[in-house]
Design a protein around this ligand. Structure first.
Ligand code: DAT
Ligand code: MG
Length: 138
């Protein structure tokens, strides 16, 4: 086994739609463990660091604005191969393309909202997980 930790964010749309519990239920049902949790009103500095890889892309401004629009719930989650495993639970970025059975596929609204409103963030590699956990939890 390869025990890892990852950062999961329930984005402002997920918190506003009262889906935090349903998202955590799916994480726990998969066998992952909640290590730490907090409710955060993120500021632009944190979000710019969090999404540094996307700075300069056309969707960066709207993405940061959306992430600032309301509280976020941050989870530190541990488990066997949880980094890739949570990405698979979340489904692909665009909810209209995400498979049934995934968080974005089952719960994402696939029309009338922008792609950034896709309910969750999950770290995409061990390096991202370490960097992002330090940003949100240290
Ligand atoms: P993911 O969240 O699946 O890791 P990402 O890291 O490529 O996706 O992008 C970060 C977020 O930015 C994503 O959750 C939603 C938004 N986003 C990505 N690509 C987009 C696009 N083409 N148009 C609008 N928003 C986009
Ligand atoms: Mg990403």
């Amino acid at each position: 086994t390869t025990v890892e930790e990852t950062l999961v964010l329930v984005k402002p749309d997920g918190v506003a739609r009262n889906l935090t519990g349903e998202i955590l239920r799916r994480i726990e049902a998969k066998g992952y463990s909640l290590v730490d949790v907090k409710l955060v009103q993120a500021d632009r500095t944190l979000l710019t660091q969090h999404y540094a890889e996307h700075e300069g892309k056309p969707f960066f401004g709207p993405l940061v604005e959306f992430m600032e629009s309301g509280p976020i719930v941050a989870f530190r989650v541990a488990g066997n191969r949880v980094i890739e495993g949570f990405r698979s639970l979340a489904g692909t970025t665009d909810p209209s393309k995400a498979a049934p059975g995934t968080i974005r596929g089952d719960l994402g609204r696939d029309w009338g909202v922008a792609v950034q409103q896709n309910l969750v963030h999950g770290s995409d590699s061990p390096e991202s997980a370490a960097r992002e956990l330090a940003l949100w939890f240290d």
